[in-house]
Design a protein around this ligand. Structure first.
Ligand code: C2E
Ligand code: CA
Ligand code: CA
Length: 397
C-alpha cells in the first residue's frame, strides 16, 4: 500500500513508520511539512492513505484538507492530533464536507490497534453521494402530485425505552412518482412550502395518517401517530378545527395524535402561530418540538410554545457514545425535557451502539431510528411489529 505520513515532529514520523512496518507496510513516505507533502502528491497521485497531523507550523491541517479537496484526492485520509478532540472532529467534518474519504480521526499517541483498524478499512464509510445531484421538482409537478393522489405515507416506528414496546409511528411522506419511483420529501417539501402548497400537502398526510391509525386500532394496535407540520402551516386559523372535524368524522381519539413542529422559515406571524398551537393543545393533541438542538428549534420556542414532547435531533444521538460534545448536548436536552415535564424522543438511533448508549442513559422515553426500523408502508407495519416482539426480547441488557 502507498502510504504518506505528514507530521512536523520527526520523532512521530519515525515512530509511525516503524509501527506501519510492523503491520506489514514497508512502503511509507514521510514529510515534515504539508507543502512538501503536496509536492509529493502532485508527483504520485496514487497515494492510497495519507496520515496527517492537523497542527503544523506553516500549512496546517485545515489548509491541507482544502488543497486535497481541490486536487480531488481519491485516497483515504487519516487525521491526527494532540489537540482538543473537538478541533479534530471539526477538521474531520470539514474534510468529509469536501467529499474526502476520511478513514479516521485519531488522538495522539496512536496505537498499533488503531493503525490496524485503519489499514483493515474498518473506518468510516465512503463519502455519501452529493445531495445536490438529486432532482428537485417544479411547483406544477408537486401540485399535480398532491391532486392526483401520488403522495403516500410511510411510517417509522417509535419504541419505548422502558418497555421496548412499539408505542407509535411517525408519518413521513413519499411521492410515488409515475416515472422516477419513490421520491423523498427533501426533493419537494421546500417547493411546497415556498409556493403555498404545504397546507394541502399537510392536510392530505394528516387525513391518511388518521385513517391508517384508526385501522390499526381496529386490529388491536393502539399506536400514536406523529405528523410533521412546518410553521408555514400555522397561518390559517381554521387548522385546529379542520383536525377536530376530521377526527370526528373518523371517530379518531385525538390524544393519539402528535404534531411535530419545525421552523424551516422565519415565523411570519408569531401570534397567529401561537394561537393555533395553543388551541391544538387544548384539543388534547401532543405538540412536539422537532429537530431540537438545531438552529430551527430553539430554547425561545421551548419557553414560548406549549410543547409537551421534545425530539432530540439525530445529529446529537447517532454516535453520541463516541463524541463528548454530542453526549453532553443529548444529556442536557433529555434533562431539559424531564425538568419541563415533557416526553423525550431520541431520533437517529442508527445502530446497536446508539441503542445501548441510550439505554444506559436511562432518561430517554422513546427511541426512533434505522436500528429499530426504516420507514415502511402502512400495510407492512403489523407484520413488522410481530417481528419486533421477537427481536426486542434480545435487546435487554
Ligand atoms: P424529520 O421529521 O426529522 O424525519 C426524520 C428523517 O430522518 C426521515 O427522513 C427519516 O427517514 C430519517 N431517519 C430515520 N431514522 C434515521 C436514522 O437512524 N438515521 C438517519 N440518518 N436518518 C433517519 P425523510 O423521510 O427523508 O424525511 C425528511 C424530512 O422531511 C423530515 O425530517 C421532515 O422534516 C420532512 N417531512 C417528511 N414528511 C413530511 C410531511 O408530511 N410534512 C412536512 N412538512 N415535512 C415532512
Ligand atoms: Ca419529524
Ligand atoms: Ca427530526
Amino acid at each position: 500500500m502507498n502510504i504518506l505520513v505528514i507530521d512536523d515532529d520527526a520523532f512521530v514520523l519515525k515512530l509511525l513508520k516503524l509501527q506501519l512496518a510492523n503491520l506489514g507496510q514497508p512502503e511509507v513516505m514521510t514529510c515534515e511539512s504539508a507543502n512538501d507533502a503536496l509536492e509529493a502528491l502532485a508527483d504520485r497521485q496514487q497515494m492510497e492513505i495519507v496520515f496527517c497531523d492537523i497542527q503544523m507550523p506553516g500549512m496546517d491541517g485545515v489548509e491541507l484538507v482544502r488543497h486535497l479537496a481541490h486536487m480531488e484526492f481519491q485516497g483515504g485520509l487519516v487525521l491526527m492530533s494532540g489537540e482538543d478532540e473537538r478541533i479534530l472532529s471539526t477538521v474531520q467534518y470539514l474534510a468529509q464536507a469536501h467529499r474526502l474519504k476520511v478513514l479516521g480521526a485519531l488522538q495522539k499517541p496512536i496505537t498499533p490497534v488503531q493503525l490496524r483498524g485503519i489499514l483493515q478499512g474498518q473506518a468510516s464509510p465512503a463519502a455519501k453521494p452529493r445531495r445536490a445531484d438529486r432532482k428537485i421538482y417544479s411547483v406544477e409537478a408537486v401540485a399535480s402530485a398532491i391532486e392526483n393522489g401520488e403522495l403516500i405515507n410511510y411510517y417509522q416506528p417509535k419504541v419505548s425505552m422502558c418497555s421496548r414496546e412499539v408505542v407509535g409511528v411517525e408519518a413521513l411522506v413519499r411521492w410515488q412518482h409515475p416515472y422516477d419511483g419513490l421520491v423523498f420529501p427533501d426533493q419537494f417539501i421546500s417547493t411546497a412550502e415556498q409556493n403555498g402548497l404545504i397546507d394541502d400537502l399537510t392536510r392530505l398526510v394528516l387525513l391518511n395518517a388518521l385513517r391508517h391509525c384508526r385501522d390499526w386500532q381496529a386490529s388491536q394496535l393502539r399506536l400514536s401517530v406523529a405528523v410533521n407540520i412546518s410553521m408555514s402551516n400555522l397561518v390559517s386559523l381554521d387548522f385546529p378545527d379542520f383536525i377536530v372535524k376530521a377526527a370526528q368524522d373518523l371517530d379518531f381519539d385525538l390524544s393519539l395524535l402528535i404534531l411535530e413542529v419545525t421552523e424551516s422559515q422565519l415565523m411570519q406571524n408569531p401570534l397567529t402561530a401561537l394561537d393555533i398551537l395553543t388551541r391544538l393543545r387544548l384539543k388534547n393533541i401532543t405538540l412536539s418540538i422537532d429537530d431540537f438542538g438545531t438552529g430551527h428549534s430553539t430554547l425561545t420556542q421551548l419557553r414560548d410554545i406549549p410543547f409537551n414532547e421534545l425530539k432530540v435531533d439525530s445529529g446529537f444521538v447517532h454516535d453520541a457514545g463516541d463524541n463528548a460534545s454530542c453526549r453532553a448536548i443529548l444529556e442536557a436536552s433529555l434533562d431539559l425535557a424531564r425538568r419541563l415535564g415533557m416526553k423525550s424522543v431520541a431520533e437517529g438511533v442508527e445502530n446497536l451502539a446508539d441503542w445501548h448508549f441510550l439505554s444506559r442513559l436511562a432518561c430517554c422515553d422513546v427511541a426512533q431510528g434505522y436500528f429499530i426500523a426504516k420507514p415502511m408502508p402502512a400495510q407492512t407495519l403489523p407484520s413488522w411489529i410481530q417481528e419486533w416482539q421477537v427481536r426486542r426480547t434480545g435487546l435487554t441488557e
